[in-house]
Design a protein around this ligand. Sequence first.
Ligand code: ADP
Ligand code: ASP
Ligand code: MG
Length: 443
Amino acid sequence: MIKVCKFGGTSMANGINMERIAGIIGQDSSRKFIVVSAPGKRFGGDSKITDLLYETQKEVEQSGTVGKAFEKVAARFERIVDELHLAFDIGSVLRETAAAIEREKSPDFTASRGEYLAARIMAELLGVPFLEAGDVIFFRGGRLDAQRTYEALGAAMKACGRAVIPGFYGSDETGAVRTFSRGGSDITGAVAARAVGADLYENWTDVSGFLACDPRIVPSPVGIRELSYRELRELSYMGANVMHSESIFPVREADIPIQIKNTFRPEDEGTAILPTVPLSSRTVTGIAGREHFSVIYLEKSLMNEEIGFAGKVLRILADHAISFEHMPSGIDTMSFVIDSDFLKDGVWETLKREITEAVRPDRIDLISDIALIAVVGHGMTRSVGTSARLFAAIANAGVNVRMIDQGSSELNIIVGVDNRNYARTVCAVYDEFFRSDAPVPLS
Ligand code: ADP
Ligand code: ASP
Ligand code: MG
C-alpha cells in the first residue's frame, strides 16, 4: 500500500504544526511520499510565505537585491528550525537562496522557494530523502509535460522508496523553474500519486473535508462524506478552493481515490473523492461560487438561422486571448460569461466594436458585477422540482436572478446574481437544500 500525502499551507505554518505532520506520517507506514506547501498563515492577519516571496520578487526587480520581505521569509524559516530543534544549517541555505533569487530574477523561481525550503526542513525532520521537483516535474509550452513527468518522477520515487517533495513547481524546457498557478501544490500531490501508482492520495488541510458550501459564508456547513471526481471538478472550479481544480486530472486517469483530511483533527474521517459515488438521498451535493464576472449579451432577430454567428464572436474572444466560463443562449440571444479581469483597460470597448462589425447584432450589452453560484450534485437529475425549489429559495431571499445556465452534464445549475447578493444567495440555497434535509455531519 502506497499513499502520497500532501500538506497545505496552514498545516505547514509553524514548527508545532510540522510536528503534527511528523506524528501523522509516523502513524501509518504506507504514508511514504510527502508533498508540502510553503508555510501559510499562523493567525488572521499573518502573511503566507508565498505572498512574501512575490513581494521579494518586486524588491529584486526594483533594487536588484532582496529586501525586507525576504527578511521576513528568512525569520519565519529560522524560527521553524528553532521550534523543531533541528541541527540544520538553515542560515546558509537561506543565504544561498537569496543569492539565487537575485541571480535568477524570475518570479516563478522566487515564488517556488517557499516550497523548496519547507521541503528541505520537512525532509530533515522526518529523516527522509528530499526529492527536487525541478529534476522530475516538467513543463512544456507552459503546461505540465505529463508523460515525461510520470516517467521521471515515478522512477525517482521508486528508487527512493520514501521522499519529501516540494509542491507547486517543476522546470521548463530550458531547465528554469516554473510554477503551477496558486494553490498548485495540490497538483504536485496528484501528479506524484499518479507517477508512483499510489493506492490513495491523501490531501491534508485545515478543514475536516469538503463542506457543502464555503464555511466563510455559512458557519459550520454540513460535511460531504463522498464526492465523485466530476462533482469535485465542478465545485472546485466554481470556487470551493479546498483543492486546486486541476488536481483531479492526474488521479482520475488512474482511478486513484483522494481522501481529504484535517491535519488538526486527524481522527475525523474527512471526504473521499471517488470515480463514482452511490446515489445518496441528498438532492444537492454542494454549492460553490465566485464573484466578479461580466456577461456580454447579444440579441439579433433570426440569430438562430445565421450560420457561423457564434463562431465569429468566439474567434474575436480567442484573438484577445479571452476565455469564457459559460455561454447561455436562446433562439435569438446569446451571452458570454467572462471573468471581469479580462475586460479591463478598454478591452470591452474594443470587443464591442469588433463584435458589432462582425455580426451586426440588434443589441449588445455588458452586464457587470455578476457572481456565479453553482449548485452541484448527481442527485439533481433524479429529483423532480429541484429548479423550482432553487429559484423559489432565491426569490424568497429577495434576490433577482440575472442569468441561468444548466450545464449539459446535468450535474449542475449555475445561477448569476449581482455581486452584492452573492453571500445572501449562497445562504438561501444552503438553507433550502441542507437545513430541510437531514444533515450528514462528518465524524
Ligand atoms: P491548504 O493550505 O491546505 O491547501 P486551502 O486554504 O487551499 O488549504 O483550502 C482549505 C480552505 O478552503 C478552508 O480553510 C476553507 O476556508 C476553504 N473552503 C472554501 N470552500 C470550502 C468548502 N466547500 N469546504 C471546505 N473548505 C472550503
Ligand atoms: N504556496 C503556493 C500558494 O500559496 C502553492 C500552494 O500552497 O499550494 O499558492
Ligand atoms: Mg490549497
